[in-house]
Structures are given as C-alpha cells and as structure tokens.
Write a protein that binds this ligand. Structure first.
Ligand code: PMV
Length: 306
C-alpha cells in the first residue's frame, strides 16, 4: 500500500519457505528444493522524525539485540528517519524462514518508500549479507526464495512454478532458538567425521531426490513426491536431527492420508511439512498429535508491494 501526501507509507510482504528435499545435504554441496509458502511477513515503512521499529516484541529505536534483522536492514540502506511496523504469520525460529522474510520485506518497503532503486536481486543479496552478519552463518536459500517466490533448486537457483496441491505445516513449538540451525549442522558434521563411510552415502542419497523431485513437480505427481519425502524424512532421522515430537506429527499426517510428510529445515524441533489433497483432515490429525497445524499453499509470489 502506498499513500500520497503526509500519510505516504509503503507496505511490502515476503513469504516463508519449506524444504521439499535436501536440507543438511545442501551444506555438503548437494542439491535441495526449497518452496515459498503463502505465510507472510508484512512490513510498513513510513518517513518519520526518527527511527522507530514496532513489532510484537515491542517498540524500539535501532536495536541490534531486540530487532536485529530490521535494524541491520535500516543500517544497510543508510536511512535515518523511518518508522517500520512488522506483522507476521510465520512462526519465529522454526525453520520456515521468518528471519529472511522480515529482512527482505524491510529492505523492500524502505527501498520503495525512499525510491532507492534497488531491484530484487539486490534485495536478495543484501538480505543474505544481513543474515550472515546477524547469524554468523547462513545459506542464501531463505533470502533468495523469500524474495523471488516459487520453487527453487539450490544451488542453481532454477525456479519452477509452484504446485497446486495442499500443504500442511506442523509446528512442534519446541526447540525454536536462533542458534538451532547452527547447532544441528554441527551435530551432523560431528557424526560425519565419526562415521564418514556411513554418513556420506546418506548425504549423497538425500541430494539425489532433488533432480527426480523437479520432474515430479512438473508432472504434478504428488503421490511419487510424497513417497520420496517419506524416504528423505527417514534419512534425516538417520542423521540424528529428528525428535519424538516431529515423528509423531509426521506419522499422524501420513496416517491421515498425506501423500508424504517430513521434517522441514534443520530439525531438532521446529516444523514438519505434509503434502496432501485433504488439508483439513491432515491438519486435524497433526493437532490431535500435539502439534500446531497450519494449512497453507505454495506460492509463486516472492516480495509483494501491498
Ligand atoms: O531450519 P532452517 O530453515 O534454517 O534450514 C536449515 C537448512 C540446513 O540445510 C540444515 C542448513 C542450511 O544453511 O542450508
């Protein structure tokens, strides 16, 4: 939304993402398939007397502890007089790309409000730089997918049109911390050092799903995609990133007829994802198994000006 005159302000939104295949293996150079989902973070930027950031955490000025990503985005664009307001339906720190979405939506809203002239590629690049800065380590996947939308193969960044089947996310509401991904990546690295002859083939096999998965996405073969997701889940479990709660939600979704269900993201808590043509049934099974179910869909829309 853009208003003229004194009330001028700009709102941009950006989506979260799930991994259909390939998390963890992507760290070792294997392919992954990440998909934007229609859960969004909305950021409004308005010229103002000073810097003010408002979210459900509260209202602050430039604050690199409480509003790390938004403060870094404001600093990156070198703006001194902006009021930024954030609302989001992406759970924080659960593997759905909430930090990437808030970062690229903030960069875009300020870019539009101040007519800075950056294009989407710049926003994705700056978003990744900010994530690296704030987190110490970050792959460019989340910021790229959130900026561009669609289904994206990593590392080639080839984009596919999204699928039209239902997606249900199950949140365990456990283990959500900003350090979770780094901890789990380290844990897999240690296991790999200990048993390279066992772990390396598992990582290679996980990497092999993406190529096959891309054809299946084009063919809309959800049954086969679901089967491969189930195998991918088993291998993530083998890498030690599963939890009792994640497994309970994955099996509940499958028992309710989902095409397939797996951990999405780093694991160790956080979220699972199910592909299904009966989202209501799968969501209610996930809720009964103790998870927070979110019915969503894939989206080809990345950043949107509202
Ligand atoms: O949980 P997320 O969304 O941060 O995903 C982590 C994916 C990993 O492959 C485990 C790490 C990475 O940076 O690719």
């Amino acid at each position: 939304m853009t208003l003229n005159g004194d009330n001028k302000m700009t709102t941009c939104s950006a989506p979260g993402k799930i991994y259909l295949f390939g998390e963890h293996a992507v760290v070792y150079g294997e392919s992954a398939l990440a998909c934007a989902v229609d859960m969004r973070t909305h950021v409004t930027a308005k010229k103002s007397g000073s810097i003010k950031i408002t979210s459900k955490i509260g209202t602050t000025g430039l604050d690199f502890r409480k509003h790390a990503y938004v403060s870094s985005a404001i600093k990156k664009l070198d703006v001194k007089d902006v009021a930024v307001k954030i609302t989001s339906d992406i759970p924080i720190g659960s593997g759905l790309g909430s930090s990437a979405a808030v970062t690229v939506a903030t960069l875009s809203a300020i870019n539009e409000e101040y007519s800075l002239g950056y294009v989407k590629e710049d926003i994705a690049r700056m978003g990744h730089e900010i994530e690296l800065d704030v987190q110490g380590a970050a792959s460019p996947t989340d910021t790229f997918v959130s900026t561009m939308g669609g289904i994206v193969e990593i590392p080639s960044r080839k984009r596919l049109e999204p699928m039209d089947c239902g997606v249900v996310i199950g949140n365990t509401n456990k283990g959500a911390t900003s350090k979770k991904t780094a901890r789990l990546v380290k844990q897999v690295a240690v296991l790999r050092e200990e048993y390279p002859e066992v772990i390396n083939p598992i990582i290679k096999t996980i990497g092999s799903f993406t190529q096959k998965g891309m054809s299946l996405v084009s063919e809309k073969d959800y049954t086969s995609l679901g089967k491969l997701m189930n195998i991918n889940h088993g291998l993530l479990d083998a890498l030690g990133v599963g939890t009792t709660e994640l497994s309970a939600l994955v099996y509940a979704a499958r028992d309710a007829g989902a095409f397939g269900a797996k951990i999405t993201g780093a694991g160790g808590g956080g979220c699972m994802v199910a592909l299904t043509d009966s989202p209501g049934k799968v969501a209610s099974a996930i809720s009964k198994a103790g998870g927070q179910a979110i019915i969503t869909k894939f989206t080809k829309e990345g950043i949107l000006k509202e």
